[in-house]
Write a protein that binds this ligand. Structure first.
Ligand code: ZN
Length: 441
């Protein structure tokens, strides 16, 4: 259990931005013999082949084609992004002729308070002009300023005696990180270029985000808790990949598909988000590549199943009244199955039955989540990707506290549970027997 948590922390620490998440998965897949496909090229797919495709450097879909003709797709989806702040263009801002600060804007529904008074840094990608003479090629380079670089200092209690009585944060005023003293003016992009190993004048674009430098921790009386940045949703993304790679190759009658989408925290409606055509485009090309008809594609969708894996709220020890009276997920209580009558979570009776059956087979506990009936709650991936790829889906996740804080808390035992269920899921086949009935093989 400890070992898998250490592995998870290691993955999160080397993934300070969405681009790093996808690059780390890419490297692991290459090492395991997967072939990278480009959307811009023809795909020469073979039965028994192992492939992956990346869009925008921030979303990834990996799949294995069975040796025999396949039935459907066993898809597990999670997201690569987390709430943070994005560095604006022309970011340097002076204050008092003494300080240099960086202008940022909010990305996603961050819990703002916990961003204060902790070491932060910057990671993402820079677009670099290469060899202009040869036609002006632009390449993308990952960058991580791997040291404590920034901090957002809070205002002393003496200067705002009401600070503890509730405070409305203004992102443009309160959340501006401090970068240096006046002599550092004009050096930020130089720092970034240096960290990327390129010349500042060749950088023609960037997508740079803040990240929390605090490392993951295992804690509690019996080390039952884990805390780290980005547990939502890298805990699920990590478990999905681990389960996908651990699954016995050729075990099921379907195509196992591991996908990680960007931009969940800002509504998923981007070219690489869960609401985009990325998954559909990929599955259609798999279908075509295997010489199957469009009717075959539709038949295979009816025999497919998706797990939308995104973390869930555990009952909070200090706010037990915030949880639904009868569905109260516990830390280390196993996989959370999420329900919502208005279908912001896709789980219905059939999908729940399939998933519970899977948990039972993996000998993994599961529990249930509903929002309180008077709370709106969040949304996630399953209902959005279902618009493009209409497959039966269950929304699941791992129980956690402080969702969307830059330092979240979850259970030390739960990651392992999800890896075990994911492995079994990728080895299984869901077959629609008749209206409303399905069979899990
Ligand atoms: Zn999430």
């Amino acid at each position: 259990m400890r070992e898998i948590v250490r592995e998870l922390f290691d993955f999160i620490e080397k993934s300070p931005s969405v681009f790093h998440v996808v690059e780390n998965m890419r490297l692991e897949l290459l090492e395991r013999g997967y072939e990278q496909l480009l959307e811009s090229e023809a795909w020469n797919l073979k039965a028994g082949g192992k492939y992956f495709v990346i869009r925008n450097g921030s979303s990834l879909i990996a799949f294995r084609i069975p040796k025999e003709d396949y039935k459907g797709f066993q898809i597990m989806a999670s997201h690569s992004d987390s709430p943070t702040f994005k560095i604006k263009e022309n970011p340097e801002m002076e204050a008092e002729g003494t300080y240099v600060r960086l202008n940022v804007e909010k990305y996603g529904g961050a819990l703002l308070g916990p961003w204060f008074d902790r070491p932060l840094s910057v990671a993402g990608r820079v677009l670099v002009r290469e060899n202009v003479a040869a036609g002006g090629r632009i390449i993308s380079k990952l960058v991580n300023v791997d040291r404590d670089l920034l901090l957002i200092p809070s205002l002393a209690i003496h200067m705002n005696r009401e600070a503890n009585d509730g405070y409305k944060y203004n992102v443009q005023k309160d959340l501006i990180p401090l970068y240096g003293m006046d002599l550092t003016k004009g050096t930020f992009m130089e720092q970034i270029s240096e960290a990327a190993g390129v010349c500042a004048e060749d950088v023609v674009g960037h997508d740079l985000f803040l990240y929390n430098r605090t490392k993951g921790s295992i804690w509690g009386a019996k080390e039952e808790f884990i805390s780290s940045g980005k547990l939502d949703d890298l805990q699920c993304a990590f478990a999905s990949l681990k389960g996908f790679l651990a699954a016995e190759e050729g075990a099921g009658e379907s195509v196992p598909v591991h996908c990680v989408f960007d931009n969940e925290e800002v509504g998923s409606s981007t070219r690489q988000g869960a609401a985009s055509t990325f998954l559909q485009d990929t599955l259609v090309r798999v279908n075509e590549g295997m010489g199957r008809s469009s009717a075959d594609y539709r038949r295979s969708l009816s025999q497919s199943f998706m797990l939308s894996a995104d973390n869930a709220h555990a009952v909070h020890p200090n706010y037990p009244d915030k949880a639904c009276p009868t569905n109260r997920p516990k830390i280390n209580g196993g996989i959370v199955v999420k329900y919502n009558a208005e279908q912001r979570y896709t789980t219905d009776g059939v999908a729940a039955a399939i998933f519970k059956n899977l948990c039972q087979r993996a000998d993994v506990p599961c529990q249930t989540f509903h929002n309180r009936s008077d709370e709106r709650g969040g949304s996630t991936l399953g209902n959005l990707s279902g618009n493009q790829v209409a497959v039966k889906c269950a929304d699941i996740g791992l129980a956690q506290l402080a969702m969307h804080s830059p330092y979240e808390t979850a259970g030390a035992a739960d990651t392992d549970y999800l890896v075990r269920v994911a492995k079994l899921f990728f080895e299984a086949t869901v077959v629609e027997a008749e209206y409303g009935a399905v069979e899990l093989r």
